[in-house]
Design a protein around this ligand. Structure first.
Ligand SMILES: [Zn+2]
Ligand SMILES: [Zn+2]
Length: 387
């Protein structure tokens, strides 16, 4: 009783941290955590977009608490920075229209379940979990017909609801994913973008195919590893930055093209006796690369597009697409939950090793540095690890 009382007194004194909900309090007290440790833990700061405009602030926030019976409370162990977080940090046109501050940022995480709501059936305290960042409704036509990745009521963690760049995150069990406890947290946290790569690479045949991957940001680099792991005959990777091409090489690319120095169409034509590659994964969103994608793929080949252009793109649809009978796939998110299941198999079998793509492991208070790495393109995946 005295412990509970002092918790509330401390709570009043600190003002920014609310008392933990009873189930969690019992768990923490029974786990033998010292009160000082608990509060240090409970009041961990979060990276918050506090006001509209560039930047972010690290502030004390009240720990998120379970408010619905289908939710789980996760102690965050590792998170990673996504391009989306960087856009919100920079406050570009998209984020200023979409994000309503104050908002805790972040959507890629791994952690340990610390409490579960009364109707949670699939998770228990202690489970290692990550989460699908796209929370879908389960009720719209797409959700009910196997296309939940394009749910019309999608809400995104860290964009539309408070995210995971803090000590804890609350997610519905329907959006949580149980990890094998042997999977390291810093790998488990990058499954959202790795899932993008898997969805893109495996949206059509890949075994025995000659593949070109345009754009070697983290998802493009992951796609190199996925294509190789899944039996691609060869993988050509393009980018304009040597640092990123080097990462693609580490994930197994057979040929690297620096698009600033070489003519992508010429190199691919020479490699394929003028025929073109079977599959192109367009991961850059750059208009020039999107046009290249249509020209370097052979007639009847597949172009799967994940990169998002920031402007309208002009294409020669007649010559470069229709008469070639191309198979065009527009990729968004991850298939729920086939992509996650495939990812589990690729990671647990050891056939896919993504560790070279994780170039930086920082503590969360180094977020400005992490964002500067993103800005300068001097990183693969940047992971925040909690102590
Ligand atoms: Zn992401
Ligand atoms: Zn839906």
């Amino acid at each position: 009783m005295s412990k509970v009382l002092s918790l509330h007194l401390l709570d009043g004194a600190r003002n920014t941290c609310k008392a933990p909900e009873p189930a969690r309090l019992r768990l923490l007290l029974s786990s033998g955590l010292a009160l000082t440790n608990f509060f240090k833990d409970n009041c961990l700061k979060a990276i918050v977009k506090t006001v509209p405009g560039p930047g972010a602030t690290m502030i004390d926030v009240a720990d998120p608490a379970i408010t619905r019976p289908d939710q789980i409370l996760v102690k965050v162990v590792a998170t990673s920075i996504c391009g989306t977080d960087f856009h919100i940090y920079q406050w570009d046109a998209w984020s200023s229209n979409r994000v309503k501050p104050p908002r805790i940022m972040g959507h890629e995480f791994s952690g340990i379940v610390e409490a579960v709501g009364s109707e949670v059936t699939h998770f228990k305290v202690g489970d290692h979990v990550s989460g699908e960042s796209h929370w879908v409704c389960g009720l719209c036509l797409q959700c009910r017909s196997g296309q939940a990745h394009v749910c019309e009521n999608t809400r995104i963690l860290g964009v539309d609801v408070d995210g995971c760049f803090g000590s804890h995150v609350v997610v519905p069990q329907a959006s949580a994913w149980k990890n094998d406890p042997s999977l390291p947290f810093e790998i488990a946290c990058i499954q959202d973008p790795l899932g993008n790569a898997i969805h893109t690479a495996l949206s059509g045949e890949i075994i025995g195919r000659h593949v070109a991957i345009l754009g070697c940001g983290p998802i493009g680099v992951f796609a190199v590893g996925v294509a190789k792991a899944c039996g691609a005959a060869s993988v050509v990777a393009t980018d304009t930055r040597p640092f990123r091409l080097d990462l693609a090489s580490k994930l197994g690319a057979d040929c690297l093209i620096n698009a600033m120095e070489q003519d992508v169409e010429q190199v691919i034509s020479a490699r394929t006796n003028g025929k073109g590659v079977d599959v192109v994964l367009e991961m850059s969103g750059a208009p020039v690369a999107i046009r290249q994608a249509m020209r370097i793929v052979r007639p009847g080949g597949r172009v799967s597009m994940l990169g998002i252009p920031s402007e309208k793109v002009e294409l020669d649809m007649a010559e470069d697409m229709i008469f070639k009978g191309l198979e065009i796939h527009c990729i968004v998110g991850r298939r729920l939950y086939q992509t996650w299941d495939t990812m589990r198999a690729l990671l647990s079998s050891g056939s896919l090793d993504v560790r070279p793509a994780i170039t930086h492991t920082l503590s969360m208070d180094e977020y400005d540095y992490g964002m500067s790495l993103m800005r300068d393109g001097l990183c693969g995946k940047v992971v925040f690890k909690q102590n």
